[in-house]
Design a protein around this ligand. Structure first.
Ligand code: RIB
Ligand code: CA
Length: 336
């Protein structure tokens, strides 16, 4: 009876997840982690253009669902481009096909005919207060869902994004790639009013999968295990070319936070997304001290006459137990 109780408890407690992705090599590692973690119940995969085009991303997502024998999970296409700017694809970092040039077998899964944002809306209404959205690409699909049906905002349990940074960018001095690829969408998502956790470069850059971890992963085999070794080898090789000791586990760490929020420290802050700065478009601008000075005009100058509280709208990850996460990742992938 104890085993039945344990199994029923774990199944009942599993967090329902909609995974929105621009797959993407680290997206692939994030998805494999999510699909091999009993704490999570991935109910849909929606695809957004970013690292690769929408079409390539859909093909990659279908092939990965098939590799994991999860054709039961709906895989749906979403936006075909950012809201207001041209798409910027990142084959430079992710390989020509977006999956570290690894050629997975053709998918056994069929694409779901629903539009990604509509699928998100439908699933959230069908299970109010139960879904966690885990977007690990540009936030175009999430923004489109909110724009079409703002009533989903109070019905979503949590949004855990990979994106942003409060310590400088990775595409330039100021912006992180997912935000940079659709700043207007990101501002909509940050201001929507739902519980949002930002898993940004601040912690991703501290969570480096190295050759040591690669060796651990390589000690076991299985279709997903072997795929992860191929992808991680490509990424570690590339990171070493740019002088880094390992590859930052950006997207997998967002899934890690959905599995176990104690992996990170995440103080509440108000975050805005810059959409007009000449040097800062796409920057996530966080108010760490929680107030804005109030300037009052007196003649030819302003005088500071107070400080007004700024309500936080996000939990911003500022520190991480990196090695504990990396060992969690390895333990979930080994032998699968
Ligand atoms: O800045 C890192 C993010 O951009 C990750 O999600 C990576 O997959 C790319 O989309
Ligand atoms: Ca991504």
């Amino acid at each position: 009876m104890a085993l039945v109780a344990a199994l029923s408890h774990s199944a009942a407690a599993a967090r329902k997840v909609i995974f929105d992705t621009d797959p993407g090599s680290d997206d692939a590692m994030a998805l494999m982690l999510a699909l091999n973690s009993p704490e999570l119940d991935v109910r849909a995969i929606t695809v957004v253009p970013g690292n690769v085009t929408a079409q390539q991303g859909l093909e990659n997502a279908l092939r990965m669902a098939s590799l994991a024998n999860r054709c039961d999970i709906p895989v749906a296409a979403g936006a075909q481009h950012p809201l207001f700017q041209k798409l910027i694809t990142a084959e430079f970092w992710h390989g020509k096909n977006g999956l570290a040039n690894v050629e997975l077998p053709p998918s056994k899964c069929k694409v779901d005919g629903r539009y990604g944002p509509d699928l998100i809306i439908q699933m959230v209404h069908a299970a109010p207060h139960e879904f966690t959205l885990v977007p690990v690409g540009p936030l175009t699909n999430i923004a489109l869902a909110v724009l079409k049906d703002p009533s989903i905002v109070p019905l979503v349990k949590e949004v855990i994004i990979m994106g942003g940074s409060i310590t400088g960018g990775n595409v330039n001095a100021a912006a992180e790639a997912n935000i940079y690829n659709d700043p207007e969408a990101a501002q909509i998502v940050f201001q929507a009013g739902w519980p949002l956790t930002m898993v940004g470069l601040d912690v991703g850059d501290k969570t480096l999968l190295s050759r040591k971890h690669l060796a651990q992963l390589g000690q076991t085999h299985g279709p997903m295990n072997d795929f992860m070794v191929q992808v991680a080898t490509y990424l570690v090789d590339l990171s070493e070319k740019f002088g880094s000791a390992g590859t930052p586990m950006y997207d997998p760490l967002a899934v890690g936070v959905a599995i176990d929020a104690t992996l990170v420290k995440a103080p509440a802050m108000h975050v805005d997304v810059e959409t007009r700065g000449e040097f800062t478009r796409g920057e996530t601008v966080a108010n760490r001290h929680g107030y804005d000075e109030r300037n009052v005009l007196h003649g030819d100058r302003y005088v500071i006459e107070g400080a007004d509280k700024v309500e936080p709208n996000a939990k911003v990850c500022t520190d991480v137990e990196a090695e504990r996460f990396l060992q969690l990742f390895i333990s979930r992938i080994r032998g699968k």
